[in-house]
Ligand binder design. Structure first.
Ligand code: FMN
Length: 365
């Protein structure tokens, strides 16, 4: 099987990558006091040495007291953490790779009493932890402005310490996505009431980041239909609705959309084979990243529950990539289990890939 489509360089106005393979962002809790240390440097260096085109880091939290649920999740604002991240960047670059931090605020997914500031209330658009389940007060306009600024500061720091791009975590039921999703956003001000208004928070984050990093620095926006709180939740039921959600965010200055699905081969809307990344590319005419069970036979939530995911061939993925349905491919668990995934694919030895199971999570090496 030729994997040439995956090995072809990606060339765009702001970002050039040696191939089409990205490492998907995957949370790790190995950074005591939020500071990434030598083990984190080694972890990412191994994937860069394995020829991953662009590494997107684990979610790393912006400077807001309710952004994290665990102080071992690395932050992206303290001097110590940024010094640790600089070493990660240096190691990845030395190994010939590129890297973007995933900037994260966990929003309603933070249980009150957790994280580095346990007494601080959780941050949500409408005071809901789940649809119909109150957790506190809605964010005020001042608080929203502070969080927007925290994203912008983080992006400015990313550029300053040498990262190649940033990714905004706008997916999976965390803060940015909480605003996008009607189930948790019941606001009646400029941040809620219609799809376009629910996108306003994301728009302000993208605009503030753009103002901070300038025109030439790549901004990636990750979003999903599904939420960890509800796998069947949807932001959009039709392509037109998807455009309503994404067009304002795109116009605010996003360069690449990272379209998170659990299985990349699933059609997004009836009447077409296109997946979410395929539709997003078609609607916005911007590069997109696909993700979800690449080279694996089980999606990732089931493997959290203890299931195994075995390696399978990637001909369907290659067919879609060759057809330019999307531009880039993010690989998650298969890259945890196999830092040299690209090389194993390249040398035609996919049979040598390690199975992914929950025990690998304990090490995340
Ligand atoms: C251990 C683990 C941690 C994850 N953490 C994040 C995260 O911090 N941010 C994010 O956007 N997605 C996260 N995800 C989702 C992955 O980025 C990816 O979308 C998902 O694993 C599907 O890709 P895969 O089937 O290739 O593993 C995580 C997944 C796993 C397995």
């Amino acid at each position: 099987m030729s994997i040439d489509a995956l090995l072809k360089p990606f060339v765009s106005a702001k970002l050039t990558l040696k191939n089409r393979v990205l490492m998907a962002p995957m949370t790790r809790q190995f950074s005591p006091d939020g500071v990434p240390g030598a083990n984190v440097v080694d972890y990412y260096r191994r994937r860069a040495e394995g020829d991953v085109g662009l590494i997107i880091t684990e979610g790393t939290t912006v400077n807001h007291k309710a952004a994290s649920f665990d102080s071992k999740i690395p932050n992206f604002y303290s001097d110590e953490a940024l010094a640790g991240w600089s070493k990660v960047v240096e190691a990845v670059h030395q190994a010939g790779g590129k890297i973007a931090p995933q900037l994260w605020h966990i929003g309603c997914a933070r249980k009150p009493g957790t994280g580095p500031f346990p007494d601080y209330p959780s941050a949500t658009p409408s005071g809901l932890a789940l649809p119909g389940k109150p957790v506190g007060e809605p964010l005020t306009h001042d608080e929203i402005a502070d969080i927007v600024q925290a994203f912008a500061d983080a992006a400015g720091n990313a550029k300053r310490i040498g990262f190649d791009a940033i990714e905004i975590h706008g997916a999976h039921g965390y803060l940015v996505d909480n605003f996008l999703w009607e189930g948790l956003n019941q606001r009646e001000d400029k941040y809620g009431g219609s799809r376009t208004k629910r996108s306003q928070f994301a728009v302000e984050i993208v605009q503030a980041i753009r103002a901070q990093v300038g025109e030439d620095f790549p901004i990636i926006f990750r979003f999903s239909q599904w939420k960890q709180q509800d796998y069947n939740a949807r932001l959009a039921n039709t392509p037109d609705e998807l455009l309503e959600v994404l067009k304002p965010i795109s116009d605010a200055g996003v360069d690449i959309f990272h379209c998170s699905t659990r299985r990349f081969w699933e059609p997004e809307f009836a009447g077409s084979d296109l997946n979410l990344a395929g539709w997003t590319k078609k609607l916005l005419n911007k590069p997109t990243i696909t993700v979800g069970s690449v080279s694996l036979n089980e999606e990732f939530i089931s493997t959290f529950m203890g299931g195994e995911a075995k390696s399978v061939d990637i001909s369907e993925l290659l067919k879609r990539l060759e057809a330019e349905e999307f531009d880039l491919v993010a690989v998650g668990r298969a890259l945890i289990a196999n830092p040299d995934w690209v090389k194993l694919m390249q040398t035609g030895k996919p049979g040598a890939l390690k199975t992914y199971d929950k025990s690998i999570l304990a090490e995340l090496v």
